[in-house]
Design a protein around this ligand. Sequence first.
Ligand code: IFM
Length: 451
Amino acid sequence: MTVFQPLKFPENFLWGVATAAHQNEGNNTNNDFWAWEQAGHTHDGTISGLATDWWDAGRRRAEADFARAAEMGLNTLRLSLEWSRIEPEENRWDDAAIDRYRQLLTELRRLNITPMVTLHHFTNPLWLAARGGWLADDVVSRFERYAAHAVAALGDLVDLWCTINEPLVYAYLSHLVGDWSPGRHSFPQTFKIAARMALAHRAAEHAIHARQPQAQVGLVKHQPIFDPLRDNRLDKMVSGWQEMLFNRRMFEAVYENRLRFPLNLFAREISVGRDDFIGINYYGRQTVKFSLGAPFTLFGKLVAPPGAEMWDAPWADREIYPHGLYRVCRQAAKYKKPIFITENGFADAADTRRPRFLLTHLAALHRAIQSGADVRGYYYWTFVDNYEWVEGWSTRFGLVALNPETQERTPRRSAELYGEIARANAITPAMVEKFAPEAMVSVFGMAGNGA
Ligand code: IFM
């Protein structure tokens, strides 16, 4: 008879959720994304408004969410700082903003939840945007100064720092696809920003370590799997370009100190640094077909492979592909550094597919750990439904459902499942049986994993 054994995670594994300032705090009126929303650029016409209302100290909604996370058994939470609150005008630093972040971080620590803090998660202060945003010549030194200020003000409460979230996603959506502010369509600008972000990461990492040598610092990279749709030269060539430009070049810059084409067109060198961990956001696989009609994606068109299970719109060209989490951990493992899965999640308002998504991805992560990848923690994206950039409120990633009008929260079944996994530090057959019995074989393996 097939006997399934629990999949146990390493001792002290961090189980958490990931969030971001603009998507959670509410009323972030002083950044470029807020302005973009007001100008009517979101696909569903909604604006972030109060978001999940984490900023208001009186209503204590962030604190209530943190308590819910602690009750579930989570022991870490990733949030980001809003540059436009901390430095609302160039060279003016706001102590009240720092005080609120100190309250939030102190509360997390009181609940034994380790904070992981990101310095840049897509939004830019209006004053920086007015000077050209990431194309401004002094953006790297501006960012370094902000990082230094943040670490001096908050370093006693934070040991885990992420410098920049998903640099290529930001550069691609804002300066190539033009869906985000400032709505450009330029290959050179896209890669100039990617190069600048690599340098800014390094500068911030130095600034943090100079003030807090024991801090652990890393970059957060969105790392899709790119595979050719068909086994032919053209599909392999275009999927290879996407893998190289979107994934590999940033890893080479940050972990190998090598700026290669096209990043070397915009920066001559990157100084040697100390990355303490690799942050990976993983959401699925994109299979690429050669197409002359897709110049913005270097003649690679995303086409679903026959029979694949895909995401719902607006990401219907993205495959649900748990094994990819194993593969991205293996790719990163070659750098022999600790790895955090800083985001992995699924938009599913009805919560019908999310339990299986969670279980199969965590099983793949477990396989990666068994194979030697030094994965230290996992952050599900996200805790409470939050504001999804230009998709507005139309997609729901949360373990907890939110009604943005009333701010009412309703935990989904996935919250119960994730809590059980975190408290057990394991996936057990009973959990799979209860939440997604159809995933038993994919979670534990065809022939069973035990005696
Ligand atoms: O909501 C985003 C987040 O800001 C960055 N990573 C992907 C998430 C889901 O699309």
